[in-house]
Structures are given as C-alpha cells and as structure tokens.
Design a protein around this ligand. Structure first.
Ligand SMILES: NC(=O)c1ccc[n+]([C@@H]2O[C@H](COP(=O)([O-])OP(=O)(O)OC[C@H]3O[C@@H](n4cnc5c(N)ncnc54)[C@H](O)[C@@H]3O)[C@@H](O)[C@H]2O)c1
Length: 309
C-alpha cells in the first residue's frame, strides 16, 4: 500500500520542523515546497539523509514546483512573513493573504481532494483566504492554533501543580490572538477541573501567560517566533486526519451557526478524521465565556473585513 502524501508549504522554521515530525514518525511521504530556490531541496535532502539513522522509510523531497505536490492527502500551509519592525498588523495581513492565496491556488489545483491545515498568521483570517482560494468545503480547511494554545496552557498547568502533562487537559477556544479564550472550567488534571485545584488568581495568571504565550517566546528568541510547539500542533492534526483517529481537538473551522457565529473561522472543539473536520462539539459556555468567545469572533471579523476592502 502506498504511503500517504503530505505537502508542507514553506520550508522555514515551522514548515521544516513539521516535515521532520511527519517523516520521522513514518506517517507519510513529505514534499517540502518554498519560493526560495534551494532551501526546500537542501532541507528535504538533509531530512532524507537522517532517515537511515532515525530508521524510517518515509520519502522526503524539496521542490519549488507544485507539480511535485500533486495528489497530496494533506497540505500544510506555513508560508508567509513574520511581522517585521515598522510593519503594521494590517500590512502583515495583506502580505500573507497574498502569499496564502497564491500557494493554496497552486497546491489545490493539483490535489483536489486534499485536506488543508493552515498555520500561517493571522491564523483565522488566513483560513478564510485558504478556503476561498481552494474552493474546498469547510470540512477540508482547518486552522492550527487551538492545539498550540492548549498545549501551552497544559504545560503551565502541569508545572504549577507538579503533575504529568499527559494527565493534564485544556481547551483554549476563540481566535488565535489577544482575544483567545482559555476555558479553565473545561481544563482538567485527571478529570478534575483546575478551578477546583488552584486559587482563582493562579488560574487567571496561567490563562494570561497562555494568551501571551507567542509573545513570550518572541521576546526570548528576539528573531523569529515559536516553531517546535507549533510544528507539534500541526503534526497532531495531520496524524489525527491520516490515521482517522477521530481526535477531539480545538481547531479553527468555519462556523455555520454553532456557538452563535455564522460564516467566520474561530477555534472550537472539533472531531478530526480522514474526511477532515467531521463534527463541531458545541459545549455549554457561561455568560462570561460566551461574551469572551463573541469578542474573539468579532476580532476575526474585523480582519476579514480589512481583507475584503
Ligand atoms: N498558527 C499558529 O499557531 C502559528 C504558530 C507559529 C507560527 N505561525 C505562523 O507560521 C508562519 C511561518 O512561521 P515560520 O517561523 O516558519 O517562518 P519562517 O520565516 O521561518 O518561514 C516562512 C517560509 O515561508 C516561505 N515563503 C514565503 N513566501 C512564500 C511563497 N509565496 N511560497 C512559498 N513559500 C513562501 C519563506 O521563504 C520561508 O521559508 C508565520 O506566518 C507565523 O506567524 C503560526
């Protein structure tokens, strides 16, 4: 049986690390593609040369030609710019929208049945662009952010309580930005909500650290942004899809009335399997949580409106 095929667009930090995780897990053959000549070829060859040592048989190649990506089962979109000094949020929005539109058009044209996992920021707005550029149904355009934000929350909770990350579960919903909504009532250690394990001020401190998780890493790295945890998040989604695991993960999907939101990509718990987003889990929210979720959705709407202008 042929191995599945995953195209990773963008051979930068997040893209190359995602390719490494997928190949080294033996999950799929990987095509790494970038606009820069030589970069994906070099990283692809380097990853292939690690295979004998790591002991996997997945094929990894790098290219600048979309013909090589044809027939992909999953397309991971990581191409784009990080914010540069002097660049506004809207500048980044329009520049990355142009990049995401062109790469998704090229990739979708040769992989009609693929499932697209979007990583490029601003995430929720880029999901809109990817859906529009591909013409794919909402089940096959899914954004990665909630898995990363929840992983950060889990890390902080586990460290605070001195317990294993494995027994720590967390849900961060809403848009991927300042308005994300860490749901502490649904965040648990061995099934017990953290609101019963920690005082309210500590819960709030962990929520705030989670919401600033990306900025904390940027502040430390000084050049560039996080990529190990983002790549791990993208990998988890690709694995759930290709292995039809029916994982329940927080992902950005286009809501159609769920959670009171229509026509916007926002992070919510979804079931992920071989056909992509297979269901949205509508969980009960308190009035405060619902208001925070709505604020987050409004922030996504603002970006989408800037794009439409
Ligand atoms: N969703 C999330 O949670 C999350 C987390 C981390 C990073 N990100 C985002 O992921 C993106 C990539 O981050 P990174 O750290 O890998 O950046 P990076 O600069 O290391 O890599 C980006 C790559 O995209 C390539 N690229 C640019 N234009 C292209 C085009 N038209 N076609 C093909 N390739 C093109 C660049 O050459 C570069 O290699 C950024 O937008 C970043 O903000 C999102």
């Amino acid at each position: 049986m042929a191995r599945d095929k995953v195209t990773v667009i963008g051979a930068g930090n997040v893209g190359a690390t995602t390719a490494q995780r997928i190949a080294e897990a033996g999950l799929a053959d990987v095509v790494l593609i970038d606009i820069v000549e030589g970069l994906p070829q070099g990283k692809g060859l380097d990853l292939a040369e690690a295979a004998p040592v790591v002991a996997h048989d997945a094929n990894v190649v790098g290219t600048n030609d979309y013909a090589d990506t044809a027939g992909s089962d999953v397309i991971v979109v990581t191409s784009g710019l990080a914010r540069q000094p002097g660049m506004s949020r809207d500048d980044l929005l329009t520049k990355n929208a142009g990049i995401v539109r062109s790469v998704v058009e090229s990739a979708a044209a040769v992989s009609h049945d693929a499932i697209i996992v979007v990583v490029t920021n601003p995430l929720d707005a880029m999901c809109h662009v990817a859906m529009d550029a591909s013409g794919f149904p909402r089940e096959r355009v899914i954004g990665m952010a909630g898995v990363l934000d929840s992983a950060r929350f889990r890390t902080f909770i586990a460290r605070e309580l001195g317990v294993s990350v494995e027994d720590t579960h967390a849900f961060v919903l809403g848009g991927h930005g300042d308005t994300m909504v860490p749901l502490s009532r649904y965040s648990t250690v061995a099934g017990v909500p953290i609101t019963e394990l920690l005082p309210a001020d500590r819960v709030r401190a962990l929520e705030e650290r989670t919401a600033n998780g990306g900025a904390e890493i940027v502040g430390l790295l000084k050049t560039g942004s996080a990529f190990y945890a983002p790549a791990a998040g993208a990998f988890e989604m690709v694995e759930a899809i290709l292995l039809d695991r029916k994982r329940v993960l927080p992902c950005a999907v286009r809501l159609q009335g769920e959670f009171g939101v229509d026509g916007l990509f926002v992070g919510v718990p979804v079931g992920l399997g071989r056909s992509g987003m297979e269901r949205v889990f509508e969980i009960e929210l308190t009035d405060d949580e619902r208001a925070a979720f709505q604020r987050s959705a409004d922030a996504v709407r603002e970006l989408v409106e800037v794009l439409a202008r």
